[in-house]
Design a protein around this ligand. Structure first.
Ligand SMILES: C[S@@+](CC[C@H](N)C(=O)[O-])C[C@H]1O[C@@H](n2cnc3c(N)ncnc32)[C@H](O)[C@@H]1O
Length: 214
């Protein structure tokens, strides 16, 4: 049933290049990882997807959690337009999208949960700590910020990830954070942090950080 949801979401995009990208993303973050991430999301209430891209994961978590309300933001206007069109086609109405820079997101304790999937390494490193501090203000006490990113070690896995990032978006700079440094940055921003190692047969050094707003 849930992989049928994934197939439906992919089928909601017309452009074959976007569909291929969605297949690749759902292949990298496949069912097991969707469940590993999803277990930390509340079953209801507002959930923020920062850097939502084409909207595939927000659509997935909205479709599988009808009492959630997903709000996806991304700087890329074309991606947001495609996310809106996919939501309309799928008849998923517990999701909304807007074009915005995550670094300018202002919130005041109204978000129960927020997540960033492979965003931190695309954001200029000096802006990551201020971004996390903004998000700490947006997330309600007891709420959660999930960050899925890639570790800098082992180096072979980092190079593999770098090659894929460059293949997908050659002009976008990337800066990977070691798991220790990113955990420290989350902690310094007011989150109690646990690391969930997402062990993969593919050479990805995935790490999921669960930041509890204290
Ligand atoms: C690797 S993609 C990941 C997209 C989506 N989270 C996923 O997992 O498929 C990175 C996304 O981050 C967006 N992005 C990069 N910097 C951003 C920022 N400062 N604010 C909002 N979105 C940003 C890009 O436009 C792109 O859609």
């Amino acid at each position: 049933m849930r992989s049928a949801t994934v197939r439906k979401i992919i089928g909601a995009y017309d452009d074959p290049v976007v569909r291929a990208y969605c297949w690749a993303r759902f292949w990298i973050l496949r069912q097991r990882f969707l469940d590993e991430i999803g277990q930390y999301l509340p079953a209801e209430g507002p959930v923020l997807d920062l850097g939502c891209g084409f909207g595939l994961f927000s659509l997935y978590y909205a479709a599988t959690g009808p009492r959630r309300f997903l709000r996806g933001i991304d700087v890329n206007a074309r991606r947001i337009a495609l996310a809106r069109r996919a939501a309309a086609r799928l008849g998923i109405d517990n999701v909304a999208y807007e074009v915005a820079d995550a670094r300018h997101f202002k919130g005041d304790g109204e978000v129960g949960a927020a997540y960033m999937l492979d965003i931190v390494h695309h954001v200029p490193p000096e802006t990551v700590v201020p971004l996390l501090a903004q998000l700490r203000r947006a997330v309600a006490p007891g709420g959660v910020l999930l960050v899925k990113d890639v570790d800098t070690r082992p180096a072979t896995k980092r190079w593999f990830t770098w090659a894929l990032d460059k293949a997908m978006a050659p002009r976008t700079p990337v800066h990977y954070w070691s798991a220790e440094r990113l955990a420290e940055a989350l902690q310094a921003s007011g989150f109690r942090v646990r690391r969930h190692l997402m062990v993969d047969v593919l050479p990805y050094p995935h790490v999921l950080y669960i930041g509890e707003a204290v």
